[in-house]
Design a protein. Structure first.
Length: 546
């Protein structure tokens, strides 16, 4: 074991909706990376939680005439069920509406207050008198104050790209009541992160905490000027944590949501006899956040400012990924391409999507497209035609004899693939999963060429060639097992099936360095079935109807 201790997180899913295949890009990417770290012998803790606070949850609870706690508990159960059925393995899954989260929010708030970073001032904000609440930008629509385009949200214009305050919108309308809101004044509380401008510049620009394009984006859009004060409060009514020194004011959801990373860690520590400071105030722990490129602002500026002020560990790496398109366009409910995780699972196995995303996820910010024909082609060509094919064509020949007692001469194939494992491991480490998949499939190609040339099915028919059949099958199955080890972070079900077939569970990356010999071989059972593109079409049709 390398002795590394790693804490890894994904952005917290919001409790106001179900998990869909766009969300899964991030959770599968994170799960694959964490599984690789564990397989490589590192101690990797993967924590997550539901993001539960905010106006949207409060309004939904009102509409459904039930408490917010009931709404978020129901959604948490659904989220965790979807994640589990996609083989996403969390060490702990919590909620931002927990006492642990409240406690840590208080501690960080006390640190910000002691550092003199808290300011209060009156803010003019649109208010919906019919609903009795101040309106977040997303609940306001009207004409863009720059170009006059109609039906624009209260923070930015899709037509001209302008950004603005909701109070600047021309002829604003509340999307909650379809009435004209009023402009009212309320006290808001701000964090002056400009005080940490120099620290944030150094942290974002002179290290490898961020991808270069993200560091450049932050420099050109935010750090080149003074940082705006961060509005971290919302007046009542609001579902969230009340600010301890500001009655009837609540922390904005983006204040307490990332604190959920720490709270979820604390709950895991409490359940496992460990100390939180050993994970969030320790020099020998790495923290890796996986996020989408739409929430960089919060994770790369506000969050480090909070952690630095509170004396907590900062992330070693924030790994940012691109967005998902489906059939070449944004996901669409009317077209059936806005696919819930559960709808996908009703039609297709999780291994298909896990591999498809893995084959597309590089270390950069490129968006990835899910195309039904492409999905079927990759599954059928790579997983069925190249990988599982190695075992299905040879395992039956050694069911009676088991593998050869000594590993036969294979012309250097196993040794070459073992050496290639270092390059594959490096690609996983850098979260360039797509490169890892290309390297693995190149090995599968070579293994299949060997089997095609050796033709064990013909040798089986020749008298006195039993030993040759056993040796060829031993080589093929060992090459298959090597590939299964390299694919284990992506395909945990294939990992388990391979262990069952060859009588030895896959538990370590280093097992790819040594061939199996003399072990029994079980009866081959189907591992991955060919994917019919019509099944994908049926999934889209079901999504359109839901």
């Amino acid at each position: 074991m390398s002795g590394r201790r790693i804490l890894v997180t994904s952005a917290l899913p919001y409790a106001n909706g179900h998990i869909h295949i766009g969300h899964l890009v991030e959770y599968l990417q994170t799960d694959i990376w964490a599984r690789y770290q564990r397989l490589a012998g590192n101690r990797c803790l993967y924590v997550c939680a539901d993001d539960t606070h905010g106006t949207a949850i409060m309004l939904r609870a009102r509409d459904e005439d039930r408490p917010e706690t009931e709404v978020i508990a129901e959604m948490s159960e659904a989220h965790q069920r979807d994640f589990a059925d996609f083989d996403i393995r969390f060490d702990h899954y919590g909620s931002t509406n927990s006492e642990s989260n409240r406690e840590i929010c208080h501690e960080i708030w006390a640190s910000l207050t002691a550092a003199g970073m808290i300011q209060r001032r009156d803010v003019k904000q649109l208010f919906d008198p019919e609903k009795g609440i101040f309106l977040a930008d997303r609940f306001v629509k009207g004409k863009c104050p720059r170009c006059g385009a109609p039906d624009q949200y209260g923070d930015s214009c899709d037509e001209c790209g302008a950004t603005y305050s909701a109070s600047d919108v021309i002829d604003p309308v509340s999307t909650l009541s379809n009435t004209a809101p009023e402009l009212r004044t309320a006290e808001h509380i701000f964090v002056e992160i400009e005080q940490l401008h120099d620290f944030l510049t150094v942290w974002t620009q002179t290290s490898d905490h961020l991808q270069p394009e993200i560091a450049n984006f932050l420099q050109s859009n935010f750090l080149s000027d003074g940082l705006r004060d961060w509005d971290v409060s919302r007046p009542a009514p609001y579902f969230g944590f009340e600010i301890p020194d500001a009655p009837d004011n609540y922390w904005y959801v983006w204040f307490d949501a990332p604190v959920g990373y720490i709270a979820s860690t604390k709950e895991w520590c409490d359940a496992n006899g460990e100390e939180l400071d050993d994970w969030w105030r320790s020099d020998d722990v790495e923290i890796h956040h996986f996020i989408g490129k739409d929430i960089v602002y919060f994770h790369a500026l506000f969050w480090p400012a909070m952690l630095q002020t509170a004396g907590l560990n900062l992330p070693d790496r924030i790994r940012v990924h691109g967005f998902l398109t489906v059939e070449g366009a944004k996901m669409s409910k009317s077209k059936g391409t806005f696919v819930r995780a559960r709808t996908y699972l009703d039609h297709l196995g999780p291994s298909y999507l896990r591999y498809f995303y893995a084959s597309k996820l590089g270390a950069g910010l490129d968006d990835l497209d899910l195309h039904g024909d492409d999905l079927a082609a990759k599954v059928n060509s790579d997983l069925v035609g190249k990988v599982v094919n190695l075992a299905s064509r040879t395992a039956r020949f050694v069911k009676a004899t088991g593998l050869s007692e000594t590993y036969p001469d294979d012309g250097g194939l196993f040794e070459e693939a073992a050496a290639e494992g270092d390059r594959i491991a490096d690609a996983y480490e850098r979260a360039d999963i797509a490169k890892a998949m290309r390297l693995v499939m190149a090995l599968a190609d070579k293994a299949n060429v060997f089997v095609e040339k050796a033709e064990p099915w013909k040798l089986k028919k020749e008298e006195g060639r039993e030993r040759d059949v056993q040796d060829v099958s031993t080589i093929a199955l060992n090459l298959f097992r090597q590939i299964a080890i390299y694919l284990s972070p992506v395909l945990p079900r294939l990992q388990a099936q391979t262990g069952a077939l060859l009588g030895r569970p896959i538990e370590s990356w280093d097992e790819s360095k040594t061939p199996l010999t003399g072990t029994p071989v079980a009866k081959f059972k189907p591992m991955l079935q060919r994917l019919d593109p019509k099944t994908v079409e049926a999934m889209y049709a079901a999504s359109a109807e839901s």
